[in-house]
Design a protein around this ligand. Structure first.
Ligand SMILES: *Cc1c(COP(=O)(O)O)cnc(C)c1O
Length: 401
């Protein structure tokens, strides 16, 4: 075990982290060391907290005076020492009432959580901010990630802020801006002939050979902790209530799994009641492993062959947290649906011109899904619906030209 470079005399955060627990087999592990998947069964580990202690200080009144970043929820975040918090101002993004869009599509209570306002222009900043901070705290010396897009940029940014070397492996056909962003943030970028899964293999070689720490999504326990703060923010911004429906563009599913975890934590702390939104996963018809598994009633998702979509965040043929995504969809009485890329691109302009938010294609996919579900009668016109615009359209210049 490497030792941390942070002095042990430093100030403590109010984190109430107690241990890690496997999301599948339930095996428990101490939280004070760098870990990836469950050594017993190879599935994702989840962070657990002392919520009885957390609820004494994590109150709606106390939150009013806290910073406008995701670190306002420090009790339910894993970082123990204040000096290890690497922050660029992530989180506390606006929840925008989409008045004109809502009226136009016949669903007036439509809201957009605009994650494009995060550092590096996507919600990947949330997960990587927390994962990089925690890895730094636990003594990681070099970080690595496979990514087809925004995760690599966010990892590069937080690694740069922490002063840790970053190794990024991207498919060779990754859009130029994603690659440029990582390079300008000082990461070492390797282009791989193949898909994100092939990039993952390269990362694991580097882990073996050089002792890098792998921050692939759900292969370490803390990216999901950063992304769960979307659930806390949504509840806080809606006055400690939740919408009827959440539509989420699903790749690895970290945000969906994270929000579902956040709702359970919030209920345990008495911040919300038992009511839950129906969770909707939207994917591309060119890569829809979760939709297929959901429709077939499967517990795990078969890898998608020949994954192809312009929505880089959705080009994930196999997700290690597939069973957690499917559980959340089913427990919430939600659904999963795929939309064609062209429909996403068309609806990017619908969203842009009616709200002022220029979405990533993944964000536009949520609107395409909402319209389909309204037409099918699955969403009623009077229901409150939150769409996640997970990234900015600006990095996808190649799509709009
Ligand atoms: C990564 C990404 C997604 C998918 O997020 P997951 O939580 O991994 O499912 C969606 N949209 C954008 C813009 C992304 O970068």
């Amino acid at each position: 075990m490497q030792t941390s470079s942070i002095p042990t005399s430093s100030t403590l955060t109010s984190s109430t982290l107690t241990h890690l627990e496997c999301g599948r087999c339930g095996q428990r592990y101490p939280a004070g060391q760098l870990m990836n998947l469950c050594p017993a069964c190879g599935k994702p580990l989840l962070a657990r907290y002392d919520l009885e202690t957390a609820k004494r200080t994590l109150t709606p009144a106390a939150l009013r005076d806290r910073p406008a970043t995701l670190w306002r929820y420090a009790e339910v975040l894993p970082v123990q020492r204040a000096e290890a918090v690497i922050s660029l101002g992530e989180g506390w993004t606006p929840l925008v009432k989409a008045e004109r869009l809502g009226r136009t599509i016949g669903c007036p209570h439509t809201w957009i959580k605009d994650e494009a306002l995060n550092p590096t222009g996507s919600f990947k900043a949330r997960g990587l901010c927390v994962a990089v901070s925690r890895a730094y705290e636990l003594g990681a010396r070099e970080l690595a990630v496979p990514s087809a897009g925004n995760a690599a940029g966010a990892m590069s940014a937080y690694a740069a802020a922490a002063g840790l070397p970053a190794h990024v492996f991207m498919p060779a056909d990754v859009p130029m801006m994603f690659r440029i962003e990582c390079a300008e943030l000082g990461a070492s970028v390797t282009l791989v002939d193949g898909l994100i899964t092939d990039c993952g293999v390269k990362v694991r070689q580097g882990v073996q050979q050089h002792g890098w720490f792998d921050v692939s999504t759900l292969r370490e326990p803390y990216r999901v902790e950063g992304k769960k703060t979307m659930g806390y923010e949504l509840a806080e911004q809606m006055g400690w209530t939740l919408p009827d429906v959440i539509i989420y563009p699903t790749g690895g599913g970290t945000g969906l799994v994270g929000m579902w975890k956040a709702f359970a934590e919030m209920e345990a702390m008495g911040l919300i009641g038992p009511q839950r939104p129906r969770m909707v996963s939207v994917q591309s018809t060119g890569c829809a492993p979760m939709v297929r598994a959901f429709d077939q009633g499967d517990e795990f998702a078969e890898p998608w062959q020949g994954a192809k979509t312009v929505a880089d965040g959705l080009r994930v043929p196999a997700a290690v947290g597939d069973f957690l995504i499917l559980q959340a969809l089913r427990q919430s009485r939600g659904t999963a649906l795929a939309v064609p890329d062209q429909e996403m691109l068309d609806h990017a302009r619908t969203m842009g011109s009616l709200t002022g938010i220029f979405p990533a294609p993944e964000g536009a996919a949520c609107l395409a899904a909402q319209i389909r579900l309204l037409r099918a009668g699955w969403i009623r016109p009077d229901e409150t619906v939150v769409l996640f615009n997970t990234g900015s359209g600006l990095k996808y210049a190649h799509l709009w030209a």
